[in-house]
Design a protein around this ligand. Structure first.
Ligand SMILES: CC(C)(COP(=O)(O)OP(=O)(O)OC[C@H]1O[C@@H](n2cnc3c(N)ncnc32)[C@H](O)[C@@H]1OP(=O)(O)O)[C@@H](O)C(=O)NCCC(=O)NCCS
Length: 149
């Protein structure tokens, strides 16, 4: 087991994280391990662990690349929420992500209508105002961040 595997498992199963996902069912440990190990070796997946100043894991940001765009997902553990980790995490990882993936021009975020905290963090991190879309069968809000010129 690598050091953040358990943290990421517990984070994925936090109630707020499950309810923000398209599939709200709890994640099983075996499925988590399989998914995480596959994600870490997938060149089209860019995974960041967000850490406190003391080096403790507080959240994660993930970019799934598809051609010239990427889909972003983020979560911060409830005991660390409200401290700006998500806003800073989105800003800092976007810079690194655009550097590491020169072909990607746009990052997309798809957010449930009632996820106010999420709408706030993407807006504060410089994403466009939300637009209503149908994303993979889900009525949701889309916010985008274009590669800086
Ligand atoms: C959304 C999430 C990543 C925010 O993480 P965080 O580290 O707490 O975010 P920040 O501290 O940077 O900012 C949160 C902002 O939302 C606000 N907020 C938090 N909960 C809120 C709520 N229920 N209603 C309204 N605003 C809320 C905070 O006050 C803060 O805004 P402010 O800076 O103007 O005060 C975290 O709550 C989470 O993991 N949620 C579950 C997963 C999720 O929704 N992911 C995004 C899916 S696209």
């Amino acid at each position: 087991m690598f050091s953040d595997e358990l943290f990421l498992f517990e984070l994925r199963n936090e109630p707020d994280v499950r309810s923000a996902s398209w599939n709200a069912k709890p994640v099983k440990w075996e499925d988590h391990v399989k998914w995480l190990r596959a994600s870490l070796v997938n060149v089209n997946c860019s995974f960041f662990i967000l850490r406190s100043d003391e080096g403790c894991p507080v959240g994660q940001v993930r970019y799934d690349v598809s051609c010239k765009s990427a889909e972003v997902g983020i979560s911060v553990s409830s005991r660390n929420s409200g401290n700006g980790y998500a806003t800073r995490g989105l800003q800092e990882t976007a810079i690194l992500f655009f550097q590491n993936y020169p072909r990607v021009q746009t990052i997309f975020a798809h957010i449930k209508h009632d996820n106010i905290a999420s709408l706030k963090i993407f807006a504060k991190a410089g994403y466009s105002p939300p637009v209503r879309v149908n994303y993979e069968g889900h009525d949701c809000l889309e916010m985008i961040l274009n590669r800086p010129q």
